[in-house]
Design a protein around this ligand. Sequence first.
Ligand code: UDP
Ligand code: MG
Length: 330
Amino acid sequence: MKTYAGGAPILSIVVPCYNEEEVLPETIRRLSGVLTDLIRENLIAEESVMLLVDDGSKDKTWDIIEESNQSNRFVTGLKLARNAGHQRALLAGLMKAKNTSDCVISIDADLQDDLGVIREFMLKFHEGYEVVYGVRKSRATDTSFKRNTALGFYKLMKWMGVDIVYNHADYRLTSKRVLENLANFEEVNLFLRGLIPLIGFKSTEVYYDRHERFAGESKYPLRKMLAFAFDGITSFSVTPIRLVTLVGFILFIVSIFTALYALVERLQGQTIAGWASLMISIWFIGGIQLVCLGLIGEYIGKIYKEVKRRPLYIVEEELESLRGIIEERV
Ligand code: UDP
Ligand code: MG
């Protein structure tokens, strides 16, 4: 077993929170319990914390984080200046947490993911795994629509040659080293579950059941989900643009035969017929061209975003754990 400065590894649990006032107090209470138990078992160091990232919430989320920071030694906080979205809020948390911990676990605030798995994550980490993916055993609590669209999405991604873990959301453990490497990825179109497998290192999976949201509503309406899936595909795969080339090629072959056919018809003096087919083909090709242009535009749009190199998030405030202050006083 690897040895750490304090005997056990320091763990940070990163929790992105967007308008989670209804569930956050319970989340903090339960995570504190988990941390206490793991410290007692000597699986993690005393210095372990949870880092609550307020992703520009409009409700009392930050107030709750500040208050808990004052009363609970496990609670640290990070407030983003505006809503940056789940992936960026998570990245902000990971990048801060990596400086002070040996491993980081990312989890949603809504208690959908089984907290019991955190212990299993740590056991795997002690075995030497640097990435541990939390994989949902069942999606019984999701609607069949969400289940099927998710399944379709994973299959599509696999088909396009993107290496993602099936039924894994962003509930995972990563080592400090993995995160230091993640920091070198500068892309703006963030899709962390596609990026982490790209980094490599020894990895494994842990299975769990997914519950209902403890309280509050999903912050991922269909619109955001589709945008996320589209981002995932176009950020990681060139298959769509290859398909465009393929379709273009097939059309080219077809058009040669069509031209030959038209020529023969013309020579035989039957040119009046064919108005319908002409109209159909004009519309058909017009349609295909528009689809292709749209797709190419999507990639150009991505290049445009990448070259702008805007900061992914802007930190407004940071809270450290009470512990440091107490130690200074002693
Ligand atoms: N979240 C966030 N910023 C956003 C949207 C969501 O930080 O713009 C957080 C949210 O607070 C939660 C996690 O991301 O902790 C996952 O969101 P949610 O549970 O609403 O998604 P679902 O589980 O329904 O897919
Ligand atoms: Mg959720």
